[in-house]
Design a protein around this ligand. Sequence first.
Ligand SMILES: [Zn+2]
Length: 301
Amino acid sequence: MSWRPAPSVAAALTEANTLWPKRKRGGDGIIGDAEHARRQSDHNPDASGIVHAFDLTHDPNNGVHCLLLAALLSIRQDARVRKIIFDRRTVEATDWVWRDYTGEKPHTHHMHVSIKPTKTAENDTSSWWDADPVTRSVAVLWAMVEHATKQENTPEAKAKAKAKAEAAMEQATAATGTSWTAALTGGLGGATAVLQSALSLLSGTTGPEPARGRPVPAPQGYRRLVGAVPVLVGAEAKKVLATVKSPANPNGLPVGAHVVRTIAGQDYAFLIEWHKHPPTDNVSDALKDWHRGVSTLIRNP
Ligand SMILES: [Zn+2]
């Protein structure tokens, strides 16, 4: 049977291509494959050949952070949406409450969006991903809270996570001198960058700073860089080092936090860890005692 996507479904991916031309599309999809055809799925055409769902690839390094985009649709309670699934969480437009998703696929690499089977939802091609700075900043905060309370969906946990998220935002402002407001006015790409660094800060500040000398585990998906560090990467590590917590900069990045940067197409993580130089090194005495330093890690291929 011939099929076509609902105009709104096609518009969602076309708009994403325009907004983020470099975005990866490997997880994109509209029409169901043979596996979908055997079961009930919004990726299968309805009786008139119309498909009511799209998958959007999660590619935060090129501006597409699906947690942020799910937050935008949720905050708006987008009238087209019937259901969203992303990163083991799902929401239905009947109550807009996010719940654990226990389906077979965790949806960590793409976001699934189903639309309602109505003419209005099918034909509404207004923007999916445009948002004013206020909505963007609320969405960043929402996404951080959702991320922090996945398993603990109570109002108390949400309130606690919100306070933590706000503190992480303030801390990042103080540490890096970057204004969230300024970053958020830069469109959704700016909002994505804010969300990414805030999430990494949040993951580094959820517990107390590890005791002096205690090693910090590498962030998931990254390994320690051994051998020579490329010049540009070394320069970035120095920049991050300047924002690390110290007696002179008490609001700086704590041990355990990490910052992710893409340099010449490669992702690096700069992890704040305890460092100490051997007594024979030609450095100041202060550096021969435990102090906060920056370790460079590279993303696994
Ligand atoms: Zn899907």
